[in-house]
Write a protein that binds this ligand. Structure first.
Ligand code: TRP
Length: 374
């Protein structure tokens, strides 16, 4: 059986460089490798609504942004199926059945859900909620790992390329698959997580040096930023606060500019933009010794980033001229996704013995039973 990919993003904002190194560039590579029979890329609007119930317009407006970002990075709709989660109703039904296979206690132990509840300021304490100190946790949000198991299993995904923060979700999915197959017979495909390979790329810090690029922190470089926006962000990036004068020795660890160079620069970039150095190691050595200013390193990073971002920006501009065409791509992708999910749902219903109208044996047996007792 061929390998199948499912992955996706919540449409709560435009995608940024963190998404690019953590997932987008990998997806394009996997797509172009020809190793996968099918690739599904989902815009997870229903999941985004689990903590944005009062903000549907944010989700609605960002679907096109995410689609534009996908296409401009090289996701090719003739090779990957791009679809919108809410348009595949079968996913809800699967989740409803999977809910019976997961305990409240198990969900409460999910480290990602725990951290996200904290981050969003939801209370997990009834008294606090009753006195309206803090809003409680929406049930839909609390159970989104189960909905994510539906996303993955509906498409019989073998492979789920995601960041390490998604590990607990894939683990939860694997438990559901295991339990389902044990109770109802082999039905669902057991998925594997596929983590990013390059450790420098696992998680790109924000331009302010904070652990992660995040819209709420305002420390992101977006794939759709203009050259001027990128320039400003790079030139004001966090470096080594102890590196005050050019002559001072500088630190590489925790220096965001160098972390980005680790993620994006290759030796060819030196020949092109900074020929005095032959490699990143040589540049780092000079910075450590002292005598190399931040501005020079930042200008180099900017050249490296612009080489990456310019073609993405140009493709985005071209796609932006045909928004209707993009909605057609999303509609066709969603129709195709729905067909695939419906086939799995039919298997699930059969396995769970809720396929009454298809079950000729059930109807025949019960007719017999009542005839003889007449
Ligand atoms: N939770 C993922 C995120 O926040 C998005 C997502 C939803 C997803 N369903 C998925 C990722 C299924 C992989 C597989 O990024």
């Amino acid at each position: 059986m061929g390998k199948i990919i499912l992955t996706g993003d919540r449409p709560t904002g435009k995608l940024h460089l963190g998404h690019f190194v953590g997932s987008l560039s990998r997806r394009v590579e996997l797509q172009n490798s020809g190793e996968f029979e099918k690739i599904f890329i989902m815009i997870a609007d229903a999941q985004a609504l689990t903590d944005n119930a009062d903000n549907p317009d944010k989700v609605r407006e960002n679907i096109i942004e995410v689609a534009l970002d996908y296409l401009s990075c090289g996701i090719d709709p003739t090779r990957s199926t791009i679809f919108i989660q809410s348009q595949v109703a079968e996913l809800c039904e699967l989740a409803f059945y999977y809910m019976n296979l997961v305990t409240v206690q198990r969900l409460q132990r999910n480290p990602t859900v725990k951290a996200e509840i904290q981050m969003r300021g939801f209370s997990d304490n009834a008294a606090e909620e009753d006195t309206q100190q803090r809003p409680g946790t929406p049930v839909g949000f609390f159970t989104y790992p189960i909905s994510q198991a539906s996303d993955i299993t509906a498409f019989r995904a073998t492979t789920v390329p995601v960041g390490d923060d998604q590990e607990p979700m894939i683990e939860q999915t694997r438990e559901i698959v295991h339990k389902f197959n044990a109770v109802y017979g082999p039905t669902l495909v057991m998925p594997e997580i596929m983590l990013p390979t390059n450790s420098a790329c696992l998680r790109l810090p924000g331009t302010d040096g904070k652990a992660k690029m995040s819209k709420s922190l305002g420390n992101c470089i977006y794939l759709s930023d203009t050259p001027e926006e990128v320039r400003k962000k790079v030139m004001s990036m966090y470096t080594d606060p102890g590196h005050l004068r050019v002559e001072d020795p500088g630190k590489i660890e925790g220096n965001t500019v160098f972390t980005y160079l680790d993620a994006f620069c290759r030796d060819e970039h030196f020949a092109k933009y900074l020929p005095e150095y032959e490699s990143l190691d040589a540049l780092k050595d000079h910075y450590r010794r002292g005598g190399l200013g931040d501005v020079k390193v930042k200008r180099f990073l900017l050249a490296v980033l612009e080489e990456l971002l310019t073609p993405i920006r140009e493709r985005r501009h071209a796609f932006e001229q045909d928004i209707e065409g993009i909605y057609r791509i999303l509609k066709e992708g969603s129709d195709k996704a729905r067909e695939a999910a419906a086939a799995t749902l039919a298997d699930v219903r059969r396995a769970m013995r809720i396929d009454y109208f298809e079950d000729k044996e059930l109807i025949a047996r019960q007719s017999e039973q009542y005839k003889t007792t007449k």
